[in-house]
Design a protein around this ligand. Sequence first.
Ligand SMILES: [Zn+2]
Length: 202
Amino acid sequence: MIGFNKSHDWTPEFKRFTLAHELGHLSIPSHLEVLHKESRLVSNPGYYSDKEIEQEANIFAINFLAPANPFKDKLNKLSISYSALEELRTYYKISREATAIRMMKLTNNDCSFIVSNTNNEILYDQRSDFFFDNHWHNSIRGNQVNEQSQAYSYSCTNGCVTSQSRLKNWYPSVRDDYAIKEQTFDLGYQNRIGTFITVDPN
Ligand SMILES: [Zn+2]
């Protein structure tokens, strides 16, 4: 049985993702073992978790809702941008956050997706493989958003804002600094803000 906590303000996209996530727990044999032992599994809303079992259920969910190959085909025809995000999330009926994470996992571009809140705290970042290989850096989770980044003063009524910035504003100890494009937008829940950064190769 799958239950929803009604006190959360679930969007249809969030519900779909959560149902797929719970279906993952019910489909992965090692999760069923945990389920039998603990009689219930509680999943908190959000797409990021340190727990392996939650990560696995999220991987199941995203592969179920937005299979990698067709997603990649569509993504290859688009740039890493807010408009691409909107196009993909409308098509796949998943949230902005889940779509953005999917984009980072499947793109060949040099980019990162950073989630912060209106207190300017960085909650996590999801880097593309190319970014990971070329700009090695420790986790920026828990860092404060740099004042030079537009996410710093972003208010959730702004829509999508685009500007230029520097890589070191987000990743202070990278060896080489680069010009980056920033796109900041509202993620639609809990005052969460998403920022795409794309590194300009020139
Ligand atoms: Zn779960």
